[in-house]
Design a protein around this ligand. Structure first.
Ligand code: MD3
Ligand code: FE
Length: 211
């Protein structure tokens, strides 16, 4: 379903088995070398979402190899199998023959964990030096995902319900749209995916940064 130019929602793309495997992987990534944590914001606030990164460490508002804002450790590598999953995701969203899938080489993943009270305010992702699409995978509780415009964090926007197993790809003009997560729906996850509560979101990105 194309929600906006370049923004494609593929409900139920991940099998329950695949979601279970990703939950297990996220549990391991959350332990370190850089533990999952609430990101501190420059204004003194703290994000309600918990995040762990692979490949490159995101901190407001840049990518680094070491987590100077957490424990100083080098971020875990970005696994090849996750890049393969990203290419498969683009092929599913844009079509198997679409040229955007083959050359996709994501080198950073952000894994976000939302408890029932967590939110993400409207923002743009502008730290990447590449216009390549962002791949988003949702697991666990459903949420309201708010997809906006490229001009302002306010209306017009479209609210989309994201469920466990959903794929969302943001390419083309949608890549720089404002977006956020105003609400998580506690208790809506399928127990079979193995997340007792909360929501996981995995995003894959090309940073466009050297080596
Ligand atoms: C549209 N995450 O990590 S995923 C983020 O559900 C982020 O955790 C949300 O926004 C989450 O930056 C939303 C969907 C998403 C992710 C990145 C995007 C949409 C995007 C980048 C550009 C445009
Ligand atoms: Fe974002």
């Amino acid at each position: 379903v194309e929600v906006a130019p370049g923004a494609v929602h593929v409900p139920g793309w991940l099998t329950v088995e695949r979601q279970r495997e990703l939950v297990v992987a996220c549990r391991e990534w959350a332990q370190g070398p850089v533990p999952m944590r609430r990101t501190a914001l420059p204004g003194g606030g703290v994000m309600s979402v918990r995040t762990v990164c692979l490949g490159w460490h995101w901190q407001p508002y840049r990518y680094t190899r070491t987590a100077g804002d957490v424990n100083g450790a080098r971020v875990a590598p970005f696994p090849q199998w996750l890049a393969d999953l990203g290419r498969a995701a683009l092929a599913a969203a844009y079509g198997e023959d679409d040229e955007r899938a083959g050359g996709y080489a994501p080198d950073a993943a952000l894994v976000n964990f939302y408890d029932g009270a967590a939110r993400m305010g409207m923002h743009q992702d502008k730290e990447e030096r590449s216009a390549a699409p962002v791949v988003s995978l949702s697991i666990g509780d459903s949420c309201v995902f708010r997809f906006g415009n490229t001009e302002t964090r306010n209306r017009p926007y479209t609210d989309v319900e994201l469920l466990s197993g959903d794929l969302f790809v943001f390419g083309g003009p949608s890549r720089f749209a404002f977006h956020g997560v105003p609400k998580v729906r506690p208790g809506t996850a399928d127990p079979a995916v193995g997340l007792r509560s909360g929501r996981l979101n995995i995003t894959l990105r090309e940073t466009g940064l050297p080596g």
